[in-house]
Structures are given as C-alpha cells and as structure tokens.
Design a protein around this ligand. Structure first.
Ligand code: CU
Length: 401
C-alpha cells in the first residue's frame, strides 16, 4: 500500500484495507471461509457478537496454520441487538502485529435500530480508525505500538459529504492496536445512539468522544451549520507510560456540506435499547491488572496468560459484578468476549448502555455487570491494547452449567 507517499507492505483481507464490511441480521447463519496465505498462523475473533465461543464460532483458541483454510459458521441469535461489531485476528503473541498490519473489518448487525425512520433517513458512513506502526522497539511494545500515520477507512482525511437539514450516521471503530482517539467535530456535537453492545435509550450529546482500542460508537451528526468544511479532529490524550508525545490535534476526516436534504430530519427520540441486566446477588469478583518487572510482564491477578489454565469460572445463566482494578502506570481498556456488560457507577446504578470494552484509567477501578447467557464454554478477557494482551494481560473464563 501507499503509506503517505512511501510504499510499504501490509496484511489484508481480500486485498482490502480495512477488510470488507460483513453484514447480517438476527437469525441469519453466517459462514466465513478464512484462507490463510500468510507465513504465520492466524484466526478470527468476532468482537462483540453474542455467539458461541466454541467450535467454529468465536473461538479464540483456534489457530489456522499457513496455507490452510477454515470455515467459521454460527447463527446470530434472534434477539441479538443491532449494532457495530468487528473481526480481527486473535492469536496470542501475534495479535498486535497482525491487527496493526491491517487485519480488521466491520461486522454490522442490522435490525430494529435501522428501521427507526430518522436513522433510516440518515446517510450512513463507516469510519474504521487505523494507524500504521513500524516494527516497535521494546519500549514501544511496552507502551503499545502506535503509528504516526492514521487513516479513516483506509483513507487519509477523507471527505464526509453532509446535507443541509439532513443527518449523518457514523459508525466509528477504533481498530488500532494501541492508539486512543479523542474525537471532536468542529462546531458539530456528537449525538451518540449506540455504544459497543448496541443502542442506548435515547440520543446523548457530547462535544468529545474518547474511543479506546476495540471500542465502537455510533453517532448522529446534524447538518445544521453554515455551508463549508469542518474538521474531524483527533485531540491529544495521555494514556500513561513512556513516550507520550502530546501531539497537536490531527485531522482524521473532513465534513463538507454538499446540497440540501429533501426533507429536514430531526433526532430520533427513542431507540431500541438493549435489555438492561438484572442486579446480581452473587459476591463481587475482583480482577487486578498490573505491570510488573519494569513493564516486561503484564498480568491479571498476578498471572500472565496460559490457555491451559482456567482463571475464572462462572455459572451459565448467571449475572455477576466484576471490579476491574488498574494498579499499573498506564490506562488499560478491559475487553470481555461473548457477553456484553453494563458499567456500574459509584452510586451502584448501572449505565443504560451495553459495552464490551471499558477503559480503566491508571490507578482507578471500574465495576461491570455481565450476564453469562446461552453459551457454555471457555473464552477470554484481556486488555485491548493488543501489545499488553500479547505480553500476558489476558485471562481465561469458563462458563459451565
Ligand atoms: Cu493494557
């Protein structure tokens, strides 16, 4: 690919950066044939989908060797929320490298959300945010590799055409291995309609959005400003650790008004919120994320990842609260496979949003409420700074009847 004027090689799905957008509806059976033409093992993780973590489903323990093929096959449950999910490799030890070389794509589940009249009338755009790191030094690996060049859906500063009086719907994915994005659109507030795990109860306005690796956010942008161009900026954010450069805001994309919408569209008032989780009566579990030995070991509850061990056992059908504690010097975005969760505030009230990645800033803690429904089997949770995951900040979870 052309890397800002320089030729460079990358990994790609079907020769495309990012990979093709896969779309399905609740009830659909999905088959994805993966042929590995790399010189190393790879696999697929269907990030955020509520599907079996075993067999040919979202199985992070499968390794597809070079030259071999494997067909992933699963059914999207009838009650699955509509939303923005994604796929990427999940081979322990190689995840950061493979993802940052370009292996990532959106997996969109269309459903109730897409039938809301205002949302159906909006113009839809995908923004897959990727950066392009060089081979990292040991220090860059500890911090989590970042590249200076950032692209939005494979393009440097693409135009987002907007209509006066219309609505734009952006599905934003942070597909970078480590880089955080703090997003602001000049003169245009964000109206969030969905987080990782699907719609929230009603649109919520923000000036800025912090999107960590692995997270998705769906927003509406109102086309109600003067004709012209407005920059989508990525503002500096210090996530801790060495090498913070405090770069000035960079432009990721540019909104440009082009014409007028046929009819003026306002914001929707109600959204098809994902079902809130009931309170848990089980004791709270604690997971401590830390960085030991000068940053050379990344642990959860003092242990680095071992796929032969079971770290956490939960009962199928149960709801649990987990306290995620960050004792490290860097921020860590915590990701749980298979089941989404709600973040519980200091007042004990759960946020009306479903997520599968929650940022736990350095020195802080977050409580999540997760339901372990439908699928027995073994899966994982980990830091979504993929270098940290590769360095061991991952644990195994077994769900059993
Ligand atoms: Cu981390």
């Amino acid at each position: 690919m052309d890397l800002d004027g320089r030729a460079g090689w990358r990994y790609a799905y079907n020769g495309r950066l990012p990979g093709p957008v896969l779309e399905a509806r609740p009830g659909d059976t999905v088959r994805v044939a993966l042929t590995n033409r790399l010189a190393e093992a790879t696999n697929l993780h269907f990030h955020g989908l509520h599907i079996p973590p075993t067999g040919s489903g979202d199985n992070p323990f499968l390794h597809i060797p070079p030259g071999e093929s494997f067909t992933y096959e699963f059914t999207i449950p009838e009650q699955h929320p509509s939303g923005t999910f994604w796929y990427h490799p999940h081979v322990h030890g190689s995840a950061a490298r493979q993802v940052s070389l370009g292996l990532a794509g959106l997996f969109v589940v269309r459903g109730e959300m897409d039938e809301i009249p205002e949302i159906a009338a909006a113009s839809e755009r995908f923004l897959v945010l990727q950066d392009w790191p060089e081979e990292p030094s040991p220090m860059e690996r500890i911090r989590g590799r970042e590249g200076a060049l950032v692209t939005a859906s494979g393009l440097r500063d693409p135009i987002l055409p907007a209509a006066q009086g219309g609505l734009m719907r952006l599905r934003i994915l942070n597909a970078s291995s480590s880089r955080f994005y703090r997003l602001r659109m000049e003169d245009h507030p964000w109206y969030v309609i969905a987080t990782d795990g699907g719609p929230i109860p009603e649109p919520a306005g923000y000036d800025e959005l912090l999107v960590t690796p692995g997270q998705r956010v769906e927003v509406l942008v109102k086309g109600d400003r003067a004709e012209g161009r407005y920059r989508l900026l990525n503002l500096p954010y210090d996530r801790g650790g060495p090498l913070f450069r405090g770069l000035a805001g960079e432009t990721l994309a540019t909104l440009e008004y082009q014409g007028r919408a046929e009819t003026t569209v306002g914001l929707p008032t109600r959204l098809p919120e994902a079902t809130p989780l009931p309170k848990s009566d089980l004791p709270r579990r604690t997971l401590v994320m830390s960085e030991g030995m000068m940053g050379m070991s990344f642990t959860i509850n003092g242990r680095t990842f071992d796929d032969r061990r079971v770290d956490t056992r939960v009962r199928l059908g149960s709801v649990e609260e987990w306290e995620i504690v960050n004792r490290g010097g860097m921020d860590h975005p915590f990701h749980l496979h298979t089941n989404s969760f709600q973040v519980v505030g200091a007042d004990g009230v759960a946020e009306r949003a479903r997520r599968d990645v929650v940022l736990v800033p350095r020195g802080e803690r977050r409580v999540i409420r997760a339901g372990f429904f439908d699928y027995p089997g073994k899966t994982v949770y980990h830091c979504h700074i993929l270098d940290h995951e590769d360095l061991g900040m991952m644990g195994t979870l077994e769900v059993a009847a």
